[in-house]
Design a binder for this molecule. Sequence first.
Ligand SMILES: Cc1cc2nc3c(=O)[nH]c(=O)nc-3n(C[C@H](O)[C@H](O)[C@H](O)COP(=O)(O)OP(=O)(O)OC[C@H]3O[C@@H](n4cnc5c(N)ncnc54)[C@H](O)[C@@H]3O)c2cc1C
Length: 293
Amino acid sequence: MKASAFSYARATSVVNALELLVAHGDKAKVLSGGQSLMPAMNLRLISPELIVDIGELSELRGIAVKGDVLTIGALTRHVDLLRSPEIAAHAPLLTEAIAHVAHPAIRNKGTIGGSLAHADPASELPACMLALNATIIVRGQSGERRIAAVDFFRGIYETALSAHELLMSVELPVARKNSAHFFLEFARRHGDYAIAGLATQAIVAGGSFTDLRLAFFAVGDRPVLAGAANKLVNVAMTPAVFSEASMVLGKELDPQDDQQASASMRRHLAKVLLARCVSALLGRPGLHAGGIA
Ligand SMILES: Cc1cc2nc3c(=O)[nH]c(=O)nc-3n(C[C@H](O)[C@H](O)[C@H](O)COP(=O)(O)OP(=O)(O)OC[C@H]3O[C@@H](n4cnc5c(N)ncnc54)[C@H](O)[C@@H]3O)c2cc1C
């Protein structure tokens, strides 16, 4: 199938892109890498009347570190993140996660802004934004809004962005001393969307977590910053502590049933991910989904 007929405009500036979005309202769609938009149009899941191509807006591209803030422009491609020494040094969780996003041909075109605006609950990058405590910067004609990642994702393909706004960039705090990260997903094949996944950023001191951000994906209608982490912070890891956290996690998640996995399978996989994460970060190989061996 091919997309319905549509008009195309190449934005010449951010101001011009915003003018076009305001003029056409929800009949317009922003085009970045096109790796999610074009398949959705070709399947006629969406039929925008106007495509606003922002691909030439170089001010939306790039990675910069200033003080303890890492800024990534919305048009920065997945491949740029994968190869960036700044990302590897200051947000290594992203370097690890991005290798699981699709395949090289898609990573060569797809952008971080497109991935976050698309908000597929099985996507890796939205969960990383939660784990890394990112701020997402959006701009409309009335100015800029700074939105905490945890408030940005609102549901399946739903975000806090309005049809009149552009996602401009994301800001991440650079990795602190003693920080550690963990990324793992279960997918049928490498590069497929995950069946269940976990992106984690932590601070480890003296064999315990002093900070722990567990962001699960593909186990709900949006990425989930798990409250179970609170059970694992500033405590010595014992079988009872871990089992309690695993039980809390099982209760707080509300996964979906689909052709890939049942809800109970996803809940189980999330507990396996939690066990592997805590094992890896605290060097405790005995942990498993049900507790500690
Ligand atoms: C076969 C295949 C496998 C894939 N596998 C994965 C995977 O495993 N994991 C994964 O995370 N992704 C996967 N993807 C999606 C891929 O990562 C996309 O590149 C990404 O989701 C969207 O980025 P894009 O730049 O291509 O956005 P586009 O397709 O251009 O846009 C996506 C949506 O975001 C909006 N948008 C884009 N940029 C902005 C902006 N700056 N401001 C406001 N709105 C904006 C668009 O209007 C559109 O609604 C896969 C895609 C394909 C085709």
